[in-house]
Design a protein around this ligand. Structure first.
Ligand code: NAP
Length: 442
């Protein structure tokens, strides 16, 4: 009998789990099930459009999905097109690798005002994600506040201040290219509630901020310590913090002449309220100091005028029907990737939204080990059962050839110098997949 495994989600964690399983369980069948017609999750919809070299990891995933034991089912939503319960009845094992698509809530007064846009939506918008393509953020303002000192905050800040020339060679959709380059934005404030030593940026990304055509980084040298001390962290993290400090110190000496935009790095500032009547007009912040690694308010409050607030304060996963959910941590409770018999988790849904793409690789290995050691083929229907269930509900799914047709269409329609012009709606994607879309009626 053949072992049949479904992997739900086609981002890095889903692909690493698939690759590990294919190697550890020869002869098994693995079906990757994805809500969108297009694969690759955050590689396509999260990694910044100007970081094409990072997106190149999808080439390895293309090899995985082309393996004979692997089938791809795009445009299939768990909970809508097939329930998790039904999926578990259909496969010997199910791996949930569905990531963390929601914003962590900001929970301060005014956080629902127009002009407050979470990073999940904003990043989705500039990445042409079908869920967010109609966001139409109002960029008609001079100053933007980005909350958080992580890589997502850096990505957003950089995209907002790049020139048309810098952006045109990315796969930023035309609508975002026009909106950003025609906007009045000249000052972006990166607001960290702790200090430079606690910032979560990685150094390559931070340094990029000093290499932009029309923008300079601005840092108040008084906020920078002379050295990094008293940090309870690994040697590796300490080195990163030291590098970040050196980079920030170098920013403090940058000559701004000839450049018209600024990214201000502001530390020790905790957001207290978003200000405005109908929409954002500013942000109220409290000065902090760091005590035992935590931000502590000093009572000194100040306001920052801005027309857009983008909280980039981390993500959380969404609850799915038929499995417990830890509301506080925003993950599915699990023991080393195991949730229940035949049910596993990998990636951000397992451990929360941390780490880089490669961090998901060991997750995939662990889950594949569990399945190899503990799950036996049980004569379940697998992909035949899945296809029958989808056909009975009239669901069109996109297979590998369908994705390849979408990919080709996007590459063919790229503007000069850009890698692709993303198709922006599910309908457009299904039309491009065309003959390769398997129709229920067939
Ligand atoms: P992150 O690295 O966890 O950063 C979140 C930031 O938000 C932190 O500075 C955090 O401050 C701050 N924050 C959290 N709650 C806050 C609140 N209530 N008020 C003010 N600030 C708050 O998350 P991320 O930037 O979303 O990135 C997620 C993961 O993806 C990270 O592992 C990141 O490295 C990775 N990523 C990597 C790349 C890349 O490699 N180029 C690009 C994008 C994302 P505290 O530290 O004080 O909690």
């Amino acid at each position: 009998m053949t072992l049949k495994v479904a992997v739900v989600g086609s981002g890095p964690s889903g692909f690493y789990a698939t690759e590990a399983l294919a190697k550890k369980c020869p002869g098994c069948e693995i079906d990757i099930i994805e809500r969108l017609p297009t694969p690759f999750g955050l590689i396509r919809g999260g990694v910044a459009p100007d970081h094409q070299s990072t997106k190149r990891v999808s080439r390895a995933f293309e090899r995985t999905v082309a393996r004979p034991e692997v089938h791809y089912y795009g445009n299939v939503a768990i909970g809508q097109d097939i329930s998790l319960v039904a999926l578990r009845d259909t496969y010997d094992a199910v791996i949930l690798a569905i990531g963390a698509p929601l914003d962590r809530p900001l929970n301060i007064p005014g956080d629902k005002l127009a002009g407050v846009i979470g990073s999940a939506a904003f990043v989705g918008w500039y990445n042409g994600h079908p869920d967010y393509r109609d966001l139409e953020p109002d960029l008609d303002c001079q100053a933007v506040a980005i909350l958080g000192n992580g890589n997502v905050a850096l990505d957003i800040a950089r995209l907002l201040v790049k020139t048309r020339g810098e952006l045109a060679v990315t796969d930023l959709p035309d609508y975002a290219l026009e909106a950003i380059t025609k906007s009045r934005i000249s000052d972006v404030y990166m607001l960290g509630r702790r200090g430079p030593a606690e910032a979560k940026f990685t150094n390559v990304e931070l340094r990029e901020m000093g290499q932009l055509e029309n923008c300079v980084p601005v840092v108040d040298p008084a906020q920078l310590p002379e050295s990094i001390e008293g940090q309870d962290c690994s040697e590796r993290d300490l080195r990163l913090k030291q590098k970040n400090l050196a980079t920030l110190q170098s920013f403090a000496t940058v000559d701004p002449s000839g450049k018209h935009k600024r990214v201000h790095f502001c530390f020790f500032a905790q957001p207290k309220a978003v200000l405005g009547e109908d929409r954002v007009s500013g942000l109220r912040l409290e000065r902090t100091r760091v005590v035992d690694g935590k931000p502590e308010g000093t009572g000194e409050v100040f306001d920052l005028a801005c027309g857009l607030v983008i909280p980039a304060i981390g993500y959380r996963s969404a609850r799915i029907e038929g499995v417990p959910f830890d509301e506080r941590r925003g993950i599915i409770p699990n023991e080393d990737g195991r949730v229940a018999e035949g049910l596993y988790v990998a990636g951000w849904i397992r451990r929360g939204p941390t780490g880089v793409i490669g961090t998901n690789k060991p997750d995939g290995e662990v889950v594949a080990d569990h399945i190899q050691g503990h799950v036996a083929a049980g004569g379940k229907p697998g992909r035949q059962g899945l296809e029958a269930a989808l056909q009975s509900k009239g669901v069109q799914w996109v297979d590998l050839k369908g994705w390849q047709a979408i990919d080709q269409a996007e590459i063919e329609h790229a503007r000069d110098g850009a890698p692709r012009a993303k198709l922006l709606t599910i309908d457009e994607m299904l039309a491009a997949a065309d003959d390769d879309v398997t129709e229920a009626a067939n």
